[in-house]
Design a protein around this ligand. Structure first.
Ligand code: GRF
Length: 226
């Protein structure tokens, strides 16, 4: 029986997706994604890497992998809206399908969210909605939680409030400091972010309100993780 789907419109049809990665700092997640592409785990291409900081080490990592790496200076724009308009322009010029925030330390404007609705992902080093904001690791540690983790989510107009795609836990160990805890969190990030991007690239994510459904390989809903 025919499924009624054309071969290239099917789930998992694996068209090569073009990623735009925004960074502000070290860029280890960016580099990990670049490696996953090189290894063939991800059928995607990083079309452009953009940093809002000239000294972001992630720009060096990007160039080492032969990627187009651009510094956009927020100081040369009158406000966030005009800076974000230039970001949108560069991303669209590079025909980006999915925007990846990887340690990007600025909130994006509503106009930016609208331009790439459900096509912007962020990774957060805590289990949202706990400990949003820029110091999620330190805040979890200070609170005294026994378990924290990693969240990959779509970006909406709020601060770390968008629909959750994947989460995983990281135990807080006796004697942990911010550095040791963040190191173990990074380890989970290097697995979770490529997994979420892969699901997107395979057309297996459906956003329904606050809920992100993960479709199985044949198009049926998956109850676990892929
Ligand atoms: C990551 O821990 C991520 O969760 C947070 O910023 C950090 C970026 O690290 N949003 P890196 O620049 O990828 O090393």
């Amino acid at each position: 029986m025919s499924s009624g789907r054309t071969p290239d419109a099917g789930i998992g049809a694996c068209e090569i997706r073009r990623l735009g990665v925004l960074i502000s700092g070290s860029g280890t997640n960016l580099e990990n994604i670049a490696v996953k592409i090189e290894e063939g785990y991800l059928r995607a291409r990083i079309a452009v890497v953009i940093s809002d900081r000239e000294d972001a080490y992630g720009l060096v990592r990007a160039r080492r992998h032969g990627l187009q790496a651009v510094f956009l200076d927020p100081g040369s724009f009158p406000d966030r809206v005009s800076f974000d308009r230039e970001l949108i322009r560069v991303l669209q010029e590079n025909r980006v399908d999915l925007v990846i925030l990887a340690g990007y330390m600025r909130m994006v404007s509503p106009e930016f969210v609208e331009a790439f609705r459900h096509r912007i992902m962020n990774i957060h080093p805590a289990l949202l909605p706990s400990f949003p904001g820029t110091s999620g690791v330190a805040d979890a540690l200070a609170y005294g939680v026994k378990v924290t983790g990693v969240t990959v989510h779509f970006v909406d107009e709020g601060l770390d409030t968008g629909p959750v795609i994947l989460q995983d836990t990281v135990p807080v160990l006796p004697g942990d400091d911010v550095e040791s805890l963040h190191e173990r969190i990074h380890g989970v990030e290097y697995r979770l972010y490529p997994e979420a991007i892969r699901l997107f690239c395979e057309g297996r994510l459906r956003v329904e309100g606050r809920h992100v459904r993960i479709l199985g390989e044949g198009g049926e809903e998956s109850i676990g993780l892929a």
